[in-house]
Design a protein around this ligand. Sequence first.
Ligand SMILES: O=C(O)[C@@H](CO)OP(=O)(O)O
Ligand SMILES: [Mg+2]
Length: 400
Amino acid sequence: MIIEDVQYRIVFDSRGNPTVECEVFTEAGSGSAIAPSGASTGSEEAVAVDPFRIEEIEEKVSRALIGISIFDQREIDRTLRDEDGTDNFSNIGGNFAITASIASAKAAANALGIPLFQYLGGVAAEVLPYPLGNVIGGGAHAAGSTSIQEFLIIPVGAESFFESQFVNTRVHAELKKIFREKNIFAAKGDEGAWAAQITDEQAFEILQTAIDRVENEYGVDVRIGVDVAATELWDGSHYVYKDKKLSPEEQVSYIAELIDRYNLLYVEDPLHENDFEGFAELTKQVKTMVCGDDLLVTNVRRIERAIEYGSVNTVLIKPNQIGTLSETVDAIRLAKSRNWDVVVSHRSGESEDSALAHIGVAFNATLIKTGVVGGERISKLNELIRIEEMIDAIMAEIRW
Ligand SMILES: O=C(O)[C@@H](CO)OP(=O)(O)O
Ligand SMILES: [Mg+2]
């Protein structure tokens, strides 16, 4: 079954910015995908181009893809690469490429009449990731709030995906109460996390109080994680926080101290995007998940470098950072070959597209990073609740 047509349209993302949606057609129907976008992007990411170049790029992509088998994802993705001709998709745009790539996979799954997670992951796709929920945020996602970009929670004691997300929503709601009790004005940042004029230390204390209350009420363990997004703090020689300035060595000890003090389970981008050695220094010292986002940008070449240095033990996977589904899978496989944990992640600018939930289940991600609230975050979380139901139903039928 071949690709018969490829069409793009311009739609809007959660920040209200125009973005592209791609629809790939076969004789059996179609599949579609919407491009997300980052605010704190890594400099080595695939480049998103202006959605208003739609006419020119749609012409190129459809000419290239029409006639290829919808089930030959590698060939589809190779063709997108060839058509672009650059390393970072600066020609046809990572946004135009990733949507064509994922829309093709969805069209293939639809043609077979199976869900995307099953098309991509087969019978091995039977475990759900835990939701890594962003509950307090600042940095590039909310000006004036914390220096650390994201304070995240992981409900490690939950027994189902539903329960995990339920607990995360309780912590998010409890935080609202605490901000009120303390007379701290809190608004919401780009990902639905609370944004307030507080220091990072205050954020940790407030979050710990919220977690204690929720743990008491529901009897589930909740751990804290952070995305420092340290490239945003880096001025070329120091990490500049609201209330302090740290040298690279001080930054490593500060993060190690935070891990110890708040029993952090997860730390993302604790150092700037080119400090492979600094990451390695920290990873050696701690037992927690040390994750590379801007450092690795879902790119096999950068993951190889991180393996060489021993920089991390966890990879963040954002399909739009690399631009095709096949290369996303290559990044996941390479990380898994080193026993790293895999975390699939949304972007700060998102949409109702829920493919990320399917990709997380298909490739056995340990965690899925989304917000906790907001339609564009909830679309992935609710999809995981549906997938959990589907897996239960499938497992009740299949016997090994
Ligand atoms: O840094 C991050 O991990 C992401 C998602 O939370 O932010 P952005 O999409 O703005 O890069
Ligand atoms: Mg990040």
